[in-house]
Ligand binder design. Sequence first.
Ligand SMILES: [Fe+2]
Length: 160
Amino acid sequence: MNAIELLKEQHDEVEDMFEKIEKADGAKKEALFEKLADALAIHATIEEKHFYPSAKAEQTEELLREAVEEHLSVKRLIADTMKCDPEDEQFDAKIAVLKEQVLEHAKEEEKELFPKVRKLLSRDELDDLGVVMEDMVKELQEKGAPRMQVPSEIGAPAPL
Ligand SMILES: [Fe+2]
C-alpha cells in the first residue's frame, strides 16, 4: 500500500476508536483505550522512523518540526492517561483532549503535509515506503503492547 494511503487509513481507524471509547464503560473502555494507545504508538513510530525522514525537504521541514512536537504532546497525554483509572472522574476528559489533539494533527497532515509529500516523492517511492512502513507495523504488533514504549518517548521530540 502507498505510504500516504496507509497513514490515512490509520487516521480513520483511530477516529472510529475514539467514538467507540466514548460509548463504552468499565473494563471495555479500558481495553479500547489500550487498543487505541497501541494504534497511536504504531502510527507515530512509523511516521517518525520512516515517513518524516523520507519527506524531509526545505518545503516540508517547518511542518515536520511541528508534527514531531504534536506527537510529543500526544505521547505525553497517552502516558498520562495510561496511569489513570478509567473510573477516575478525569479519564473521559483526558480522552476528549487526546481526541482533539490527534484529530487536529491528522487533519493538518492530510491537508498540508501529504499534498507536499505527493509532489516530492514519486508513486514508486511512496509504494516502496508503504511496504517498509507496513513491515514495521507488523513487527511492532508482533512484539506486543506497542503503547508500553510511549512513556520512554516523552522527554524530547523524535529527531527528523
Ligand atoms: Fe502524525
